[in-house]
Write a protein that binds this ligand. Sequence first.
Ligand code: SAH
Ligand code: SF4
Ligand code: F3S
Length: 459
Amino acid sequence: MSFDGLILNNGETAVKSKFNLHSNNKRVYIETYGCQMNVSDTEIILSVLSDFGYNETTEISESDLIFLNTCSVRENAERKIYNRLKQLKGIKRKSPEKVIGILGCMAERLKKDLIENEKIVDIIVGPDEYRKLPRLIENLYGTGEKGIAVKLSRDETYDDIVPVRKEGVTAWISVMRGCDKFCTFCVVPFTRGRERSRKVSSIVNEAASLFEEGVKEVTLLGQNVNSYNESGNDFADLLRQVAEAVPGMRIRYATSHPYDCSRKLLETMAKYDNICKYIHLPVQSGSERVLKLMNRLYSVKQYLDVLKYAKEIMPGIGLSTDIITGFPTETEEDHRMTLELMERAEYDSAYTFAYSPRENTKSYRLEDDVTKEVKLRRLEEIISLQRKLSSRINKKLIGCEKEVLIEGSSKKSEDFLMGRTDCNKTVIFPRGSSGAGDLLKVKIIKSNSATLFAERTET
Ligand code: SAH
Ligand code: SF4
Ligand code: F3S
């Protein structure tokens, strides 16, 4: 066999057989669960695999390899994967030659236990070891040996890999990986490892070439994107350089941590027209005491000060948040403070979760003492308050003219298009002569808590 040496991140050389390069005709089917980082990682995985001749299929029946790119953030997320594995058992029984792999955060968290407990799993690869996938697959085909690679890295950013993206108007650019915050409820620092950032130049080049290919909006991604730090450049510096280098590109980012949401970052957002006026700024709780127990590193006052400044310099800015309800020891009073904070913050939307204890995290040692019923009741109260706030904010937009970037047809009807405002509002309007990728001014005529409906003011 002849070798085409490929240096892996840990200095090892992968066996890349020339025979297989671009010619093995094996097809990979991947399901992606969890956050946008996983969506972006799937694009990296497909790129690594395509270099070795594995191509994607969207039909599980046509696939030679079935991968699940998994999430561990809540117990429910993992339960979903176990249920999916149960369904895959039937497929494996009929076609034992099909390879089944678990990738991503659950692979990292459960490691070899997954292979031991789930007999149908052949390959386990964590988020920092995707470069090893082709070698593990070849080894499996060659020797029948199951493969596992779950080391976390201090420097892997997949900087040199060009993701295999689906065609579209919008794209993700992953700019940093990992998280060093260690909120006491969260598995991410354990499944994703330490923070590391990509080079500014490679991010700027990626944004520029995406624009040339027709992409009109990028979202800079990281578990904790605003703690980006590379050779003295912080996240505001990165944002400024992307905004200046590609002035025609709309720029968003996710997810930011309030602790790293500096005035400099907000001022950079305000200064550039092509940076969308929208922040997802998870608060988690409105109770000072609970925030401390969560190790969130900010007080309610500091958080509200950030919002106040953001609204002052960017009137009408879009805001969203994450909230956890039923954290250990949370009282009715704590819960009430969360509702109060929501009213003061006036979020456009909120992602809300019942607390789920995760092994190895600090809060796992605290008794999960809020009953399921109470957690769900509080969650329901939070959701219904948010619906009210969203409806109220959206109603105020009736009569306003807004610019939208058209993303495609509306889900419900081909006669209508869907676009988003820079504040991240979804708008539905009649099709007319424009299409995906166009920027268009529309007039809002109707709204509900999730969507705006508009008429065209230009053809
Ligand atoms: N890095 C982001 C969030 C990543 S996880 C941040 O710091 O904001 C996404 C969301 O899942 C979190 O914001 C939190 O609201 C929720 N979450 C994380 N761990 C959880 C747990 N153990 N139980 C319930 N919700 C959780
Ligand atoms: Fe998890 Fe906190 Fe890191 Fe967000 S900042 S990923 S919630 S540890
Ligand atoms: Fe889930 Fe991992 Fe993302 S735990 S939320 S897929 S970082």
